[in-house]
Write a protein that binds this ligand. Sequence first.
Ligand SMILES: [Zn+2]
Length: 185
Amino acid sequence: MTNLSVRFWNRVRKLTTTTGTLLSEVTDTALDTVQLDDSNNQQNTEVIIVQQIDSVESVDKYKICGHCSKRLIQAQGIIVKCDHCSQRMRASLCPTKVSASVVVRIENSDRYLFITNEVLHQLLGLYDLDTVETNDLTEKLLLLDDVTIHYINSKVTSIEAKNSCVYLKLTNICFCSVTFVLKNF
Ligand SMILES: [Zn+2]
């Protein structure tokens, strides 16, 4: 790597790339002999179909840092400081997110699943993050019927329900409307 620049930031000297940085390929025989073992990284998506979500452990509404996208621990006030990257910024520049932890019962055992903001949007439509009430989302999750859940480990990657689109009243746009129409024919 050539044409790098040295920057002095926050009392730390850092080596950074520039628009003129050139990368060149090197042959490293020692690296070539390293065996890649990604068997631990292979994660299978599991699918379950349940009548309903049995309980909701929590629905959290929080802000993420506008700089590093990590969750802000303290987001009160007009100016916030991120504990991860130490940047200070206007709170209005930090996006709001919602996530949910739910429990479904499979073969007499409870399975705890985590649903991200993006998956909740797919399921419930594009609600307004700044005004949506976590109690409303909890209620909507609990009232879903015939729920199909795809997940990896405990993280839900997609979720559909027979009556997902009943909640179109929350918003004017709903991504699952197409699926809903198809299912009714
Ligand atoms: Zn940050």
